[in-house]
Design a protein around this ligand. Structure first.
Ligand code: CA
Length: 226
């Protein structure tokens, strides 16, 4: 999961980023309002953590501008202030949640996970198998919050297998759907790609989610939860 942290206090930014990276997030840091706005509009993040008091442009304005630019990434605002006024204003600017400094890291992490879950439900184009997620809109794969880097071809093979929802698919079907019917190379390329996928989506997590059906093909092993 890719997260943008907009925070001008360098020590706080660095320590938060360290923690979030250890928890599997890919973290970009922006140090002021205008650069945070720019990078959030330009790139696609799964979450944005936005400090309220920022040089150049405050968090409320950044938030408002992002929503005006149709960036719907969940936003959590960090505020040093307290009081109902901030809460109402934060929500009115399109923020999804807010947290008052000082806060505990574990509370922040829990809130971020809630925001991610909520965002996921609103997206129809996510395929899931247990903790494995394939987001077709953003072309991202993850297990738990850990982003898994797949090549376009690997993504295509996994998408085809996951769309079959536990049904067996043959190598020829995979070839047709992922390589195209004009492919005339060695069909064992499918085996090679399945082994690449296992090395990325299963082995590091001690799991097995792609079953080989001898002489027939492959199928995803259905998992409700892990
Ligand atoms: Ca600040």
């Amino acid at each position: 999961m890719r997260l943008l942290l907009v925070e001008d206090e360098e020590r706080l930014a660095q320590s938060l980023a360290r923690g979030l990276r250890a928890d599997g997030f890919v973290v970009d840091i922006a140090e002021d309002g205008p650069s945070g706005l720019e990078v959030a509009v330009r790139s696609d993040f799964d979450l944005i953590v936005l400090d309220l008091m920022l040089p150049g442009m405050n968090g409320f304005s950044v938030c408002r501008e992002l929503r005006a630019a149709k960036v719907w990434t969940p936003i959590l605002i960090l505020t040093a202030k307290t009081g109902e006024f901030d809460e109402v204003e934060a929500l009115e600017t399109g923020a999804d949640d807010f947290l008052t400094k000082p806060f505990s890291y574990s509370v922040l992490l829990a809130r971020l996970r809630v925001l991610l879950r909520r965002a996921t439900r609103e997206r129809p184009v996510v395929l899931e198998n247990g903790s494995l997620r394939l987001d077709l809109a953003t072309h991202r794969c993850s297990r738990d919050a850990v982003a898994i880097d797949l090549t376009p071809r690997e993504f295509g093979v996994l998408e085809y297998l996951m769309r079959a929802g536990g049904q067996v698919v043959s190598k020829d079907e995979v070839l047709d759907h992922v390589w195209g019917s004009e492919f005339d190379g060695n069909p064992n390329i499918v085996e090679v790609y399945v082994s690449y996928l296992r090395k990325k989506i299963d082995r590091p997590f001690g799991l097995e989610s792609i079953a080989t059906v001898p002489r027939v093909g492959y199928r995803m092993i259905a998992r409700v939860s892990e």
